[in-house]
Design a protein. Structure first.
Length: 297
C-alpha cells in the first residue's frame, strides 16, 4: 500500500467559489487564471501581490487556455470563445455540438504541438453523450475533429511531456484512460491507466517526468501516479471536492489547486471552511510550462 504523502497543502487564496476549475499559470504575468463555472466568472490571482481580478463571461466557462496572441480559448456550453483579458471582451469562435443541446464543454489542455484537446459532457451528468475533441488553428479558422465518445462526464484531459499519450477521465466511471497520439494527431490504443475505488477522477495534469497528478472529486485527495500507472503518493486535502491542479511559480515546483463548494452538504462545509478556495504546496519534480494554442501564420 502506498504511504500517504508528507505534503500538507495550505490555503493560498480564500476565495470560496462555488466550482473552481481550469487553473492555468501564465508565466509572463506570474499569475494564476481559473474559472468558477456556475458563476460564469473568470478569475486572475497574483500570489506575490495578492491582486485579484474577475471578468463575467457570457456563459459558463469550463476551461480557458492561453493562445499565442495573448488571448485565451474558452469552452462554454454553446461552443468555443476567445477571451482577451486586456479589454475583457469575449467573441464566439465556433459551435461544437449543435445537435446536443443537453451537453456542455467541460475540460481542456494544450499539447506540445499547440493543439487543444477538450471534452464535452451531459450537463445533467446522467447520459454518456460526451466526446473528446481536438482543435487546431488553420488559415481558414478553427479545425475541430472528433476522436472518442461515450463519456458522461469527460475530464482532464492531459498530455504526456512528449505529446505521445493523451490521458482522459470518465469521472462517473472512476476511470482514467490513456491513448496513444499518432503522428497525424489521431488517437489509438485506448487502455485503462488507473481506476479509483473512492471518489471520482476530476482534473489531471502531467509533470516534467511524465508523472500524472489526479484531483479527486468527493475524495479529499490528490493522487500522484508514475507514467506506468503505479500510485506513488496520496496527498490529503482539507476539502471534499478537489478539481484540478496547475504547476507554476518561478521554478514550476508550486502546485496550485482549485476546489469546489458545490455538492458539499452545509454540515460538512462547516468542517471545510476553505472549500472552493485555491490551495498550494511544493513538489520535488517540476511541472511543465503552460503550452499555448498555436495560431496559424
Amino acid at each position: 500500500m502506498t504511504m500517504p504523502s508528507k505534503i500538507v497543502p495550505g490555503c493560498l487564496f480564500d476565495v470560496k467559489v462555488t466550482l473552481g476549475e481550469g487553473p492555468v499559470w501564465i508565466a509572463e504575468e506570474q499569475a494564476l487564471y481559473f474559472v468558477d463555472i456556475p458563476a460564469s466568472t473568470i478569475h486572475r490571482y497574483h500570489p506575490e501581490t495578492e491582486k485579484h481580478d474577475t471578468w463575467k463571461a457570457p456563459n459558463r466557462a469550463a476551461f480557458l487556455l492561453p493562445v499565442t496572441d495573448g488571448t485565451f480559448l474558452c469552452g462554454m456550453p454553446d461552443g468555443l470563445y476567445r477571451f482577451d483579458p486586456r479589454d475583457g471582451r469575449f467573441s464566439h469562435d465556433a459551435v461544437v455540438e449543435p445537435g446536443k443541446p443537453g451537453n456542455r464543454l467541460n475540460d481542456g489542455c494544450v499539447d506540445p504541438k499547440g493543439r487543444v484537446w477538450f471534452g464535452s459532457m451531459d450537463d445533467s451528468e446522467q447520459s454518456p453523450t460526451g466526446s473528446i475533441y481536438c482543435v487546431r488553428h488553420t488559415p481558414g479558422g478553427l479545425d475541430i475533429s472528433h476522436h472518442d465518445e461515450g463519456y458522461t462526464v469527460s475530464n482532464g484531459p492531459a498530455v504526456s511531456p512528449d505529446g505521445r499519450i493523451l490521458y482522459v477521465c470518465d469521472s462517473p466511471e472512476q476511470t482514467i484512460y490513456a491513448f496513444t497520439v499518432t503522428e497525424t494527431g489521431d488517437l489509438s490504443q485506448e487502455r485503462i491507466f488507473a481506476r479509483l475505488d473512492q471518489g471520482y477522477p476530476d482534473g489531471i495534469v502531467t509533470d516534467s517526468e511524465g508523472g500524472l497528478w489526479c484531483c479527486v472529486w468527493g475524495g479529499s485527495r490528490i493522487l500522484h501516479f508514475a507514467p506506468d500507472g503505479t500510485l506513488l503518493e496520496t496527498i490529503a486535502m482539507p476539502c471534499s471536492n478537489v478539481t484540478k491542479l496547475a504547476f507554476g511559480g518561478e521554478d514550476y515546483r508550486t502546485a496550485f489547486v482549485t476546489t469546489a463548494r458545490r455538492g458539499v452538504p452545509e454540515a460538512q462545509l462547516a468542517k471545510e471552511p476553505h472549500a472552493g478556495s485555491i490551495f498550494s504546496f511544493r513538489v520535488e519534480v517540476p511541472g511543465i510550462p503552460q503550452q499555448k494554442f498555436q495560431l496559424a501564420n
